[in-house]
Design a binder for this molecule. Structure first.
Ligand code: FES
Length: 100
């Protein structure tokens, strides 16, 4: 095992867990499109090497989904819709500018 420091300023996890209607899950909302859009915006800004946008499994807040969390900043957005992407992106911009 190698013990390393993360190469990313932050890691954005978008829960895409799908419970197939068994009970509420993040995939019931717009999580797939939210993930694609945030990932595309990060790439368009040239931040691919420093901001990682990942699909995640269940984050244990299913009833409040879709959920997006940003680590290590401990920021959590719940009940996210595509209308919230600009606000999430502003948060990401603040994180990046604080590291420049
Ligand atoms: S399904 Fe997304 S938090 Fe559980």
């Amino acid at each position: 095992m190698q013990d390393q420091q993360t190469p990313f300023i932050c890691h954005i996890f978008v829960c895409l867990n799908d419970r197939q209607g068994e009970r509420k899950s993040c995939a019931d909302g717009e999580a797939v499109d939210i993930h694609k859009k945030i990932k595309g915006m990060v790439a368009a800004r040239g931040w691919k090497g420093s901001i990682r946008v990942s699909k995640s499994g269940c984050l244990d807040r299913c009833a409040q989904g879709p959920n997006v969390m940003i680590y290590p900043q401990q920021i959590w957005f719940s009940q996210v819709t595509e209308k919230d992407i600009d606000r999430i992106f502003k948060t990401i911009e603040k994180i990046v500018s604080s590291k420049e």
